[in-house]
Design a protein around this ligand. Structure first.
Ligand code: HAM
Length: 412
């Protein structure tokens, strides 16, 4: 027997209605903020991710699912931002409208070591707003993440924000970090020893307690922001205050992808254990240009659906269509049943019938298991009289009805 690949999940019918509800709510909220859906492919040239996320990013170094094809490497997308920027440039979206608000829902793939909240195939609810450097767009995007979580009835989350500044600021922060940590190099974990040489900023992101302590003691509160970036960050914070969106400033928040500049944010939840981020995002003002597109600012985020489900066991009452269940007794009745079923569906009434040849008792039980509102019984007697026996499963009332009256009755 084949089993699913480690780190993947089957979403079975008893769970899929929750996913549908999450997707439906997300679409409504995105619409409210005037975002439009984009559906890029799940595979891209692997080089796109090296170039966008950074060659030293964990996702690129260790976690890409690579598909070798002759001389080319394709990769299953590990995240949405790079694909969407590629699509934005390739399809000249900047020429149709100077500003694009795009959202996406769908699976991402990372070859991680699976654990609670960390899968190899997981799903993002994400968005990218491309075409503006204005701090009001940062406020819009963070408030949209907050609105999404509230609409999904998630509570108890914390929004952490920070600013990495522009390219020059990032270089300054990196140099200052390297300076401060140089003599502590031996005490850092192996990954951070490497980071100290190649990408010192990432040390701030290390989850190992010893590294965290060293970073804390190094006192990196001064973030080396230039005047412009400081003003931008202050405007973002004031805007969030104005909208009464709660956040905390975390000077150690850096994020593991190279494309970020200025505002970065992460949303954590206490119910999740070590993988506590339910979502994250930030500005990437250089990425569009880096991928040979126009010089435009952009910001976005992504929420992880599986982690949202862990954060709070989202229980929705299953909103099923009113179902009519048809039971037939005998060959002639079966033909009549097929016609009735067809007519009901043509009239927009959800209906099903017994295909397993159950006894009337067994079929009645099935109807009640399916939580059908009505059971329709057609036997020899009904055929002779040209009627159908209709049982209201809520009240238990049972009566005969003609086919003409049936749809009218079931619609009420
Ligand atoms: P990210 O932080 O890599 O950001 O992923 C966003 C969210 O996806 C995480 O906060 C987490 O909830 C979820 N997630 C990530 N990896 C896994 C995993 N292995 N298993 C389950 N859930 C996971 C991005 O991907 C950026 N593209 C976000 C962004 C959009 N920044 C700007 N625009």
């Amino acid at each position: 027997m084949y089993k699913r690949v480690s780190g993947t999940k089957d979403i079975l019918p008893k769970e899929s209605f929750i996913w549908q509800a999450i997707e439906e709510t997300s679409r409504k909220v995105f619409s409210l903020y005037n975002f439009e859906e984009i559906r890029p492919p799940l595979i891209e040239e692997a080089g796109l991710f090296n170039r966008s996320l950074g060659e030293s990013a964990e996702i690129v170094k260790k976690q890409l699912f690579i598909i070798r094809n002759k001389d080319e490497d394709y990769a299953l997308r590990p995240e949405g931002t790079a694909s969407i920027v590629r699509s934005y440039i390739e399809n000249n979206l900047d020429k149709t409208s100077s500003f694009s608000k795009l959202y996406y829902l769908g699976p991402m793939f990372r070859l991680e070591r699976p654990q609670k909240g960390r899968l190899r195939q997981f799903n993002h609810i994400g968005c990218e707003a491309i075409g503006s450097y204005d701090a009001s767009l940062d406020i819009e995007v963070i408030s949209l993440a907050d609105k999404l979580l509230r609409s999904l009835n998630i509570t108890g989350y914390t929004i952490k924000i920070n600013s990495l500044g522009c390219t020059k600021d990032k270089a300054k922060i990196t140099a200052s970090l390297r300076n401060k940590l140089q003599d502590k190099g031996e005490k850092l974990c192996d990954d951070c020893k490497d980071r100290l040489k190649n990408n010192a900023l990432r040390i701030l992101d290390c989850k190992k307690e010893t590294c965290r302590e060293i970073v804390k003691k190094a006192g990196l509160q001064d973030t080396c922001l230039c005047e412009e970036c400081r003003v931008h960050f202050n405007a973002v914070k004031s805007g969030l205050d104005m909208l009464k969106i709660k956040y905390t400033v975390d000077p150690n928040l850096v994020r593991g992808l190279d494309y970020y500049t200025q505002t970065v944010f992460e949303i954590t939840h206490g119910n999740l254990g070590s993988q506590d981020a339910i979502g994250a995002g930030g500005r990437y003002n250089n990425l569009v240009r880096q991928l040979e597109g126009p010089d435009v600012g952009a910001i976005g985020f992504a929420l992880g659906i599986e982690r949202l489900l862990l954060a709070k066991e989202i229980k929705e009452t299953e909103k099923k269509e009113t179902l009519a269940y048809v039971i037939t007794l005998g060959k002639e009745a079966k033909e009549e049943g097929i016609k009735v079923l067809y007519a009901l569906r043509e009239n927009g009434i959800s209906a099903d019938m017994d295909y397993e040849g159950k006894s009337i008792k067994g079929a009645m039980r099935k109807s009640s298991d399916l939580k059908a509102r009505f059971t329709l019984i057609i036997g020899e007697d009904e055929i002779k009289k040209g009627v159908i026996t209709l049982k209201n499963m809520l009240s238990g009332e049972q009566r005969e009805i003609t086919r003409v009256d049936l749809t009218k009755e079931l619609r009420c």
